[in-house]
Design a protein around this ligand. Structure first.
Ligand code: SAJ
Length: 439
């Protein structure tokens, strides 16, 4: 028997209703934006505390704009996936970490699909925003949704991929003005997904030729950043041996108005994107018989940076003939980048472990990360007092503003600046031992 499905691909016909699964850095801003653009939005998350926090109008992470939007919104957060029945569009914004062996961990994505599938209805559009390697949507996601909904993708429901591009802490580039790419299994899904994002964004929405193309865009743009960071990290380790200040060289190269994109050396590459996404591409290619030597090398170089900064510290203690065992060293920063509270994949934890392995007594401090994997000192003064050395891991403003007197008053003699965020000249002029990464 023929089953004719009315292909509703205009928003007015399908209703401006939306469910966002995963209310973190990616999902919550998207849900709030869609609501401001006239959608009836349900937010779904498995974390009961996060749901309660959001329903009390409190942002579950540090972001002033999100907090303000949430205060003015009527967004309802719930753990109940059955609300999926009420909507025409479902967006999956759950994390996609990697296992310890760097293989992609798709459990949050598959768990979300298993939870929503029983409530999936004909003619709904499912959009995956989570970063996945090419091929995951048309295999893992599609099969999981079909298996647990008994519906057919491309016929009963539509499947699209629009990789997230949220940049936590960025005040210029926000969810509403960042261009997006969209791929889909079929033409109707593509049209509807492009129509949805075009209705909420003030930015280009570029249709791609397939789900895989859209998946590939995200891993490529982040692998691009990872290899560029590895490039300058390698330069830093090379130039440090010949007393060339790599930061000044990069700033010099950046005066070239074309075909040079500055990146900056540091004590490691953290976050839920850059150090993770290349492994998606490496793993996918390996499954298809290709070895990404260059991407793997970049990952090895970047993963070496925590040891590099600890070696700089050990060299300082050797030069100053200071004992290691029991000496207080303060690590400033647990977050993976400045002015945010996210410590995922932060190099701070590798650096702390290496320092403790050398026998140091390590104190950590980060005013943003209050519940990380490492207890923190109650304030900066307590953290610095009595420390013989400081390792700066995160360029929070509270750290980059530190002056020589601040260190001298605390008894600090050695500064290893893992983010090159301090003033080398004034610290050295004050008699402090200063080493940056490549300077
Ligand atoms: N880092 C360096 N050197 C650099 C840039 C970054 O060592 O030149 C380190 C940072 O300290 C951090 C890590 O790399 O530990 C990641 O930093 P990031 O600035 O790339 O911040 P993310 O992880 O928030 O990256 C996001 C990404 N956005 C998305 O994936 C949607 C990335 O694509 C953006 O390029 C990046 O923001 C950005 O440009 O700020």
């Amino acid at each position: 028997m023929w089953r004719f499905f009315v292909m509703n691909d205009s928003l007015e016909k399908t209703g401006k209703t939306l469910a966002v699964i995963g209310l973190g850095y990616v999902g919550l801003p998207l849900a709030l934006l869609a609501e401001r653009k006239g959608y009836r939005v349900w937010g779904i998350d498995i974390d009961e505390q996060k749901v309660e926090t959001i329903n009390r109008r409190i942002s579950p992470f540090v972001d002033g704009e999100v907090q303000q939007q949430l205060s003015n919104s009527s967004l309802v957060a719930t753990r109940d996936f059955s609300v999926v029945r009420n909507v025409s569009i479902i967006v999956i914004c759950v994390p996609t970490p990697v296992h310890d062996d760097h293989r992609p961990d798709l459990r949050p994505v598959t768990d979300a699909c298993v939870s929503l599938a029983p409530y999936l209805q004909s003619n709904q559009l499912v959009i995956v925003e989570s970063t996945v390697n090419p091929g995951v949507c048309e295999t893992t996601v599609l099969q999981t949704l079909e298996q647990h909904s008994h519906l057919k993708a491309g016929r009963d429901f539509f499947l699209a991929h629009c990789p997230e591009r949220i940049n936590p802490g960025d005040v210029q580039w926000r969810v509403e003005n960042i261009p997006r790419v969209v791929g889909s299994l079929e033409e109707v899904g593509l049209r509807r997904a492009v129509a949805f994002y075009s209705s909420i964004l003030e930015a280009e929405v570029k249709p791609m030729g397939s789900l895989r193309e859209a998946e590939a865009v995200k891993v490529v743009e982040n692998a691009f950043r990872d290899v560029n960071i590895a490039f300058v990290n390698e330069l830093a380790m090379s130039f440090q041996r010949v007393d060339i200040d790599v930061l000044r060289v990069i700033e010099g190269a950046a005066t070239k108005p074309f075909s040079f994109l500055p990146h900056f050396p540091g004590c490691g590459v953290g976050g839920h994107c850059i150090p993770v996404d290349p492994y998606y591409l490496i793993d996918y290619a390996k499954q298809n018989g290709f070895e990404h030597e260059f991407l793997s090398l970049a990952r090895r170089i970047n993963n070496r940076m925590p040891q590099y900064v600890v070696d700089l510290l050990l060299e300082a203690f050797k030069v100053k003939l200071l004992p290691l065992s029991g000496t207080k060293v303060t690590v400033l920063g647990l977050a993976y980048k400045a002015e945010i509270d996210d410590d995922r994949e932060s190099p701070a934890y590798a650096i702390i472990a290496l320092l403790r392995h050398c026998g140091f007594s390590v104190t950590a401090y980060d005013p943003f990360v209050r519940h990380g994997k490492e207890p923190v000192a109650e304030n900066l003064t307590v953290a610095l007092t009595g420390a013989k050395a400081v390792v700066v891991v995160t360029a929070h403003k509270i750290f980059s503003r530190l002056r020589p007197a601040d260190f001298l008053a605390a008894g600090v003699e050695i500064i290893i600046d893992g983010r090159n965020c301090l003033d080398k000249s004034s610290l050295r002029a004050a008699g402090l031992y200063y080493r940056g990464v490549g300077r």
